[in-house]
Design a protein around this ligand. Structure first.
Ligand SMILES: Cc1ncc(COP(=O)(O)O)c(C=O)c1O
Ligand SMILES: [Zn+2]
Length: 405
């Protein structure tokens, strides 16, 4: 009889200290984020890729590789198993032969943040958490508010006043305690840290608890399964805090250890940022192991406006270890690409997703993406969450007017 989860313990990627996964943990004593380890040897003995056939089409199909130990603690709105679509017309336009888009806009709450929230909130419930708090650029706060509501957990959310309007409404509708800050996500983070210290809330800031990343990891598991366990050459990800990229890297390493991958390599991972906020790109270009705080950060791709990420060293490590790269694109190119993807493919992607497309185009122009390679672009959310990024300049008719053809 197999266990529901093969979670084994938590470990620190910096100092290697380990912790039990059955108690509430935030950072390692050394200040680094903690990661989740699984009993992969145990899993390997009894689990085959074929066992996934017929399972539910949500991220919970991979429950052995997720940290929730009791199925009754699962808090789900049907997240995951989003489509991996061929975008041939856009691919032709950019000169990329095999181009797929993983469309995270189909998740509950409209972004990939639902994955981290589903797994993070479920595990928080399992650990007996009653109240949690987080800073956010909007989408994560919306997802965590809604999943917390479903779990009966109280959520306190702090986001920049400039965050997408709809995300504020999602938090409010879910009954979260929402605060806006006249500043950036880093300012929201400091306010949350105070609240956590004063009120003993569970801090679910990016990478300050180990489980959100496990939810995001499922993007990598799904990409591999949807390509029939073949490994794409390149995966392109719009990077803010970088949790998605760290998660995808972790997914492929776990699958490699399980022996499920049909190709003996890892995908080259790419972090795309806006030229208005590109700390990871700057660090990668200099070959550094950590990033520096980006001054006066600003971009219309709001989710990737993160001037300094706690997990920057993990993102950079993933880029170096997979022979990947980091690239910055201008906001102008991002907004152009958003409209081009919609016009060529009928997919209304979010500006962060559009940034990833703009990055893909640049990398093909530079021949970093080579002929015949399989490329997966992550569209991290639906364009519906950012209605103001597209300007509409069209004629207005009076009733009875003829359309000027
Ligand atoms: C739509 C969207 N894409 C990408 C990101 C960046 O995510 P990550 O923290 O995984 O880098 C965010 C984060 O807010 C987001 O909302
Ligand atoms: Zn440590």
């Amino acid at each position: 009889m197999m266990a529901y989860s093969y979670v084994s313990h938590l470990y620190c990627p910096k100092c290697r200290k380990t912790y039990r996964a059955t108690e509430r943990r935030q950072l390692c004593a050394c200040g680094s984020p903690l990661l989740v380890a699984y009993d992969l040897d145990g899993l390997k003995a009894g689990w085959r890729a074929d066992d996934l056939k017929g399972r539910e089409t949500s991220l919970w199909r991979y429950h052995e590789l997720l940290p929730v130990e009791k199925p009754e603690n699962k808090v789900s709105l049907g997240e995951g198993m989003t489509p991996l679509l061929s975008l041939n017309a856009w691919g032709r336009d950019a000169g990329i032969d095999r181009l797929f888009m993983k469309d995270e806009g189909l998740n509950p709450t409209g972004t990939f943040k639902a994955r981290g929230a589903a797994v993070g909130v479920s595990k928080a419930k399992e650990l007996g958490v009653r109240a949690l708090a987080m800073p956010t650029n909007g989408n994560a706060g919306a997802a965590w508010s809604l999943y917390s509501a479903r779990a009966g957990i109280e959520a306190t959310i702090v986001m920049p006043v400039d965050a997408p309007e709809i995300t504020k409404k999602e938090c409010a509708a879910a009954g979260a305690k929402l605060f806006l800050v006249n500043g950036l996500i880093s300012d929201a983070g400091k306010i949350v840290a105070q609240a956590v210290a004063n009120a003993g809330l569970y801090d679910v800031s990016t990478l300050k608890e180990p489980y959100r990343i496990e939810g995001k990891k499922t993007m990598g598991l799904e990409i591999a399964e949807q390509l029939n366990w073949h490994v794409p050459d390149v995966i392109i990800y719009p990077t803010g805090g970088g949790v998605g990229l760290i998660g995808i890297y972790k997914a492929f390493r776990e699958l490699r250890e399980l022996g499920w991958l049909k190709d003996d390599r890892l995908p080259r991972l790419v972090a795309v940022q806006s030229t208005g906020c590109a700390p990871i790109v700057a660090a990668w270009e200099k070959g550094l192991l950590e990033s520096e705080h980006w001054p006066n950060a600003t971009t219309r791709a709001f989710g990737i406006n993160v001037p300094k990420a706690l997990g920057d060293f993990l993102v950079l490590d993933a880029l170096y270890k997979t022979n990947g790269c980091a690239i910055a694109v201008e906001d102008e190119a991002i907004l152009e690409e958003q409209v081009r993807v919609a016009a060529l493919e009928g997919a209304f992607v979010c500006p962060e997703g559009a940034a990833a497309f703009a990055g893909a185009r640049r990398l093909k122009e530079k021949d970093w993406i080579r002929a015949g390679e399989t490329v997966v672009v992550l569209n991290t959310g639906t364009g519906l969450k950012y209605p103001d990024t597209v300007s509409v300049d069209v004629p207005t008719l009076e009733p009875g007017d003829l359309i000027p053809l």
